[in-house]
Structures are given as C-alpha cells and as structure tokens.
Design a binder for this molecule. Structure first.
Ligand code: DOR
Length: 440
C-alpha cells in the first residue's frame, strides 16, 4: 500500500486539544507519524538516485498549505435506503456523498426494506458498506419490522455488528417496549436513539404548526409532539442507565429538557441537523416539499436555542439525517410528498457558514460536534488524529466559498433547499483507512 505524506497543513484534534502546523505520514491505514515536520528521507520509502525524490509508486506527497486538517467527520444518522429503496439512494452512492462531504464514518438508520431487524439484513448492509471507500456502520432496529410491537434479537444484531439501536422514522409509542429496549441496550452498553414525535397530536407531518401550517392550510406538527415524547423518555429512562440519543431535536423546550436531564446526571445525548440550526419554517413556505422533514423546521427562537445547545454541548452531535427521496416523490403536492432532505454534502459548510462564520463557535468546536463527540457516543474508533490512530482525516479549505450546484451532487437524490446557496468551506480531500476516498 502506497504511503501518504500530508505536509504543511494546520492540524486540529478536538480530542487531545493539541492543534498546530504538522505533517502527517500515513501507512497501512494508520497514522504512522505526526510531527511538526517530516522529511522525505524519514518516510521509510526508497529515494530515486536520479531525482533525489521518493518513488511515486511508494509515496504520494500532498501539500496542504493553507488547509485545515481535521479528523474525518462522523455522521450517526444517515438513510442509505439500501435494501429496498435504491431508486432514492444505495450504499455506494450514499458513501460517495459522504466522502465528498468529508465523512469517513456513517451510521445507517434501519428503516430500509426489509428493515435492519435481522442478522441477515445487517450482514448485507455491512458487507456492502465494506466495499465502499468509507466506514459504513448501521443501527439495528429496536422492534421487528419497525412495528413497535416486538423487540428484535438485540444480542444477535449486536454480535452481527450493530453500533446502536433505533426505529428512526417511526416514533416508539409502546412505553413497555421503550423500557425493555432501554434495559437491553444498557446491558449491551450501546446507544439507543429515539425519533421523538407523538403522532397522536400531528395532522400532516413535516410542516410546523404555526405560520407554515397556516400558510399551507394544513394542521402540521405542533411543538408539543416533540416535547411530550422527550419528557416521556427521560422519565422512562430513570434508573436504567441507558445511553439515550435524542435524534434531530427541533424545539427550544426539547433542548432545555435534555439540558436538565444531563445536569441531573442522566446519560443522555442529542443530535441537531444542519437544517435545524440553519433554517426556520420560513424555508418550508419558500421551498415547499424541499424543506419538508420530520420533525419540521420551526421558529427562529428554536433555531437559536439549538445553536445555544450546540455551544454548551447540551446537544453533543451534529447529524445530517441525510434522507434522499426521488424528484418524482418530492414533486408531489405537499401533503403527499415524503419528509426528509439530503445533507451529507452540505453539512460541514453549513456549520462553517452558520455556526463558525456567524460567530457562535470555533472551527475546533464544530469538528468536535461533527466528529469527536459522535464517535465517542457510538463507540467508534474515530474522531481524533494521533499516531497509531486511524488514518481517517479531511483536508478543508475553510475560506473557499462556492455556490451549491445541483450538478455537483454525488448523492442519487437532490432533495435539498440549499441548491443555489453560497456556502463557505470546501472539503478538498477525504482520506479514509489511509486511502484517498474523495479529492476535489
Ligand atoms: O424527514 C425525515 N425523513 N425524518 C426522518 O426521521 C426519517 C426520514 C426518512 O427516512 O425519509
């Protein structure tokens, strides 16, 4: 395997807190050496007598002058639609979109068809994931067939490689099932993530009840749908010590509930999507189905509270909820179109633009929320840059600015309201397991 030497970049490592100009030598999928300067002669490759340079077959040198080097991003919430809905996305195209967005590890949600509720489907997903250039992990389902009625064989799914459990996409209504699942995942020492929306109070999901629902003349989703479920699950988790992950948080009250539960010592985590920290229900009014997602975009006060939650790490992870749908599906009328938008290729630049550029946090903090923290919650060997650690890194031009064009999208789908937006920050190279997975 060819070695890689990345020279002159500015390396940030939120895990150790050590940042600075460093060279990185990569071999056999690992970081062999990390030092202020690494000479070509110290790379352990043959040097050509004619040119005095290392042989191109043995070493590639990348000049990262002016670029930021960060641990590869980790997204614990992606829908790759494989098996079952591969007209929207498949594991290969999803992984390509991830690599382009700077993600070296992703966790697939289990609302596929069949759902990832059996060892057989888990094996299919992970085997196919291994054929891609990044690390594809998956959650197993909490309940068989996403029906909310009967627990899956979590022991078997864990043994087959699940990194967490969820019925994402479908809220779990049965409290007894929720408690049993929390107990089991606590025993397995694995995270369990919850889609917190109470369907009994929602009338046409994907649009906030308020200004947007009034505009469209539909019922929409009230904020109480989320608040009630988070409250319930915090209560149900009492005394269980499960590692709870509240997915795609959308309300200020939800953020506050998580903050208080954390302060009370609960092992609770939360995810915010780039769209929930970037947009409000005004975007739904402007873009219609392209800004329809569950839970919906809400009000400016909610967006601000989500940002505050990210700043104080009440919300410890940014996760995209990358949810590809076909153009035909999103062309349907609002109430008939499916919820969800793609997010892998815009996540980092939305963070650089709306969180770092807007002055809410440093780039180091953003990388912590997009890499180090999610890796820790899902027990993945990722989210740091250190000798002998995984060679999963990204090279980012934080100053580059680009208009997001439909033609540039690597995902099979293009359901996003961000097309045409000028976004700051560009992934120049994604390296995963020591190999170049994407290069601009
Ligand atoms: O908008 C959404 N779409 N939210 C989810 O939780 C599921 C996702 C999907 O699978 O399309």
């Amino acid at each position: 395997m060819k070695k890689l030497l990345i020279k002159n970049g500015y390396v940030i490592d939120p895990k150790s807190g050590k940042n600075g100009h460093k060279d990185i030598l990569i071999s056999n999928g690992k970081i062999e050496k990390l030092a202020p300067s690494i000479a070509l002669e110290d790379c352990g490759v043959s040097i050509s007598k004619k040119t005095g340079l290392p042989k191109a077959t043995e070493l590639r040198v990348v000049d990262a002058d002016g670029l930021l080097i960060a641990p590869g991003l980790v997204d614990v919430h992606v829908h790759f639609r494989d098996p079952g809905f591969t007209d929207k996305e498949d594991i290969y195209t999803g992984a390509k979109a991830a690599a382009k967005g700077g993600f070296t590890s992703v966790v697939m949600m289990a609302n596929t068809k069949p759902a990832i509720d059996s060892v057989e489907t888990m094996k299919y997903v992970l085997d196919k994931g291994r054929e891609t250039a990044i690390n594809v992990y998956a959650c197993g389902n909490v309940t068989k067939g996403l029906k909310g009625e009967e627990l899956t064989d979590m022991d078997a799914l864990a043994a087959a490689g699940a990194v967490g459990f969820t019925d994402d996409g479908i809220p779990l209504i049965n409290e007894d099932i929720v408690k049993q699942a929390m107990k089991k995942t606590a025993q397995l020492d694995m995270p369990i993530s919850f889609h917190e929306e109470d369907p009994s109070v929602i009338d046409n999901n994907g649009i906030n009840r308020g200004k947007a629902s009034e505009y469209f003349g539909i019922g929409g989703s009230p904020r109480t749908a989320e608040i009630n479920m988070i409250e319930r699950d915090i209560k149900l988790a009492e005394g269980i010590r499960a590692s709870i992950d509240i997915q795609h948080i959308s309300t200020k009250e939800g953020v506050q509930l998580v903050r208080e539960a954390k302060a009370a010592g609960m092992s609770i985590h939360a995810e915010a999507t780039p769209h929930h920290f970037s947009l409000t229900e005004e975007a739904a009014i402007e873009h219609g189905t392209l800004a329809k997602m569950n839970p919906p975009l809400r009000e400016e006060a909610d967006r601000r509270a989500i940002i505050e939650g990210l700043v104080d790490e009440t919300i410890d992870m940014i996760a995209t909820d990358h949810a590809p749908h076909t153009a035909e599906e999103k062309a349907r009328e609002l109430t008939k179109a499916p919820s969800g938008i793609i997010g892998l290729e815009t996540a980092l630049s939305l963070g650089i633009t709306n969180l770092v550029g807007a002055g809410y946090m440093t780039i180091n903090k953003l990388i912590k929320l997009m890499s180090t923290n999610p890796a820790a919650v899902y027990h993945l060997d990722a989210g740091y840059i250190a000798e002998n650690g995984p060679a999963d890194i990204i090279l980012v031009d934080t100053q580059a600015s680009e208009v997001y064009e439909k033609e540039s999208i690597a995902s099979k789908a293009s359901n996003t309201p961000f097309i045409g937006c000028e976004l700051k920050g560009k992934v120049m190279m994604t390296i995963c397991r020591g190999e170049v997975a994407y290069e601009a």
